[in-house]
Design a protein around this ligand. Sequence first.
Ligand code: MF3
Ligand code: CO
Length: 271
Amino acid sequence: MIELKSPAEVERMAVTGQFVGELLAELGAATAVGVNLMDLEHLARRRIKERGAESCYWDYSPSFGRGPFRHVLCLSVNDAVLHGLPHDYVLRDGDLLSIDMAVTIDGWAADSALSVIAGTPDPADQKLIEATEVALVAGIGAAQAGGHLGDISAAIGEVAGRYGYGVNGEFGGHGIGRTMHEAPHVANSGRPRRGMRLEPGLTLAIEPWFCRGTDKIRTDEDGWTIRSADGSRTAHSEHTVAITEAGPRVLTGRDRGEQSPATRSTLADQR
Ligand code: MF3
Ligand code: CO
């Protein structure tokens, strides 16, 4: 069942979203060569505690993982793309890190992710991150009342195709509200004008992720970490979005830290 949120409930999700956006911006800025993944995990734990928020990840035991999850962040490095376990690893020059987090505040959830590069970027990795960010903007733009769920999927898939990346069908976005994962599933490719009608009060986590060389994935020995099947690098961008009468509203905004500088100029060129 899909629970539409009232405008007051969307406001409450926006409170959570603001915290998630600010913390992700802080974590992204803290990402650098020489930083241990566990330092980022501990920074996030501290901030979540200070805020009186609750991690949606801690103790989560989904079918796709070897539960319960015992971290507040998913930290996925290079060929790892989703559900990476924070562990004792010091970031090296050129590493591509995806940071994903979801919390509730007063019972309302928000979920967001970004990808960043530590140190010297490989231009091909920058392009990959840009593709996920441009796809996220396109998916959000298609989240219009009166449209269809497939419009969002098609918009994301179109950007992936334009950049030359395949789309994996196993993991995508999702409804979100009182809990992190709710119906509907939001595929990262699909056909426009198909699927459920988009209505004001529908709140979705939209999350394009792509691999440089494949659309196939494999699960790590740890039972959680999802990696590209061919070992190629991967990236992931996610926002929690509310469909409103006035259009899509991003609840996990990070202001200027929303997109990487390369993506900002790409999006500006398209306008
Ligand atoms: N936040 C992820 C998503 O975007 C889910 C992480 S589940 C966890 O859907 F168990 F790994 F934490
Ligand atoms: Co999500």
